[in-house]
Write a protein that binds this ligand. Structure first.
Ligand SMILES: Nc1ncnc2c1ncn2[C@@H]1O[C@H](COP(=O)(O)OP(=O)(O)OP(=O)(O)O)[C@@H](O)[C@H]1O
Length: 220
């Protein structure tokens, strides 16, 4: 049997503001095997980012459970969620996952330290593959949009995650920069990392092993 990297079991998430209630997720179930690449697509507001945030344990579902490599992520103390995330999950988010007062290389090092797996060789290899060797000492604020997206991927992969979550990872990239990013994600999947990518990009849909379409907070 294939190892299951992430299980989302009947996830519900409602946002309430005054009398308004947004039902962002309404019973989403998803299972992703080690090494599998799943694209989560759907119109704006369909719940893609909400789903990724719950899988990362950065927010709690109002119903349902998230399991990462067989360990419960949802509804447990934040310190335990953070430890599980640091060890098992890589996150690439639209607004960047780079800490501004650390250089690109220091950002990668920090992600490795949090996971307890420091490797200069891996850091330099990631930066090389992403065309960032010359930007290792750069501050995040000095990076172009494309460079920042690639540096974010280096950080997300620093801990050799069992699960990579990427929210519009190629949103900032032109076709020329999209290719190495997707190639590195494919390489990572071949080592057993499960990948969930929320994206509107047709290239990402074609690239994925499986496409899951959300509409109004449900899997279509
Ligand atoms: N923190 C929040 N507070 C209130 N409503 C929210 C919050 N986050 C998301 N929502 C609402 O939940 C719904 C799902 O949002 P979500 O960001 O998950 O969609 P999405 O599919 O990722 O959209 P996009 O493609 O535009 O990024 C939307 O109606 C959104 O307005």
């Amino acid at each position: 049997m294939e190892a299951i990297a992430v299980t989302a079991d009947e996830l519900y998430r409602f946002y309430r503001a005054g009398d308004e209630e947004t039902r962002a997720l309404r019973g989403v179930t998803l299972e992703v095997a080690a090494g599998e690449i799943v694209a989560v697509t759907g119109p704006s507001g369909s719940g893609k980012s909400t789903l990724l945030t719950l899988l990362a344990g950065l927010d709690e579902p109002d119903g349902g459970t998230v399991w990462i490599t067989g360990r419960r992520m949802s509804h447990r103390p934040p310190a335990e969620q953070a430890a599980l995330r640091a060890g098992k999950v890589g996150m690439l988010v639209q607004n960047g996952n780079l800490i501004e007062h650390l250089t690109v290389a220091q950002n990668v090092d920090l992600a490795q330290r949090l996971a307890g797996q420091v490797s200069r060789k891996r850091r330099n290899g990631l930066l090389f593959e992403l065309g960032l060797s010359g930007r290792a000492g750069a501050w995040p604020s000095s990076l172009s949009g494309g460079e920042a997206a690639r540096a974010g991927l280096a950080v997300a992969l620093a801990n050799r995650p069992a699960l990579l979550l990427a929210d519009e990872p190629t949103g900032e990239l032109d076709a020329h920069s999209e290719t190495p990013v997707l190639a590195l994600i494919r390489d990572q999947a071949q080592t057993g990392t499960a990948v969930v990518i929320a994206s509107h990009s047709p290239a990402v849909r074609r690239f994925a092993d499986r496409v899951v379409e959300l509409a109004d907070g449900r899997v279509r």
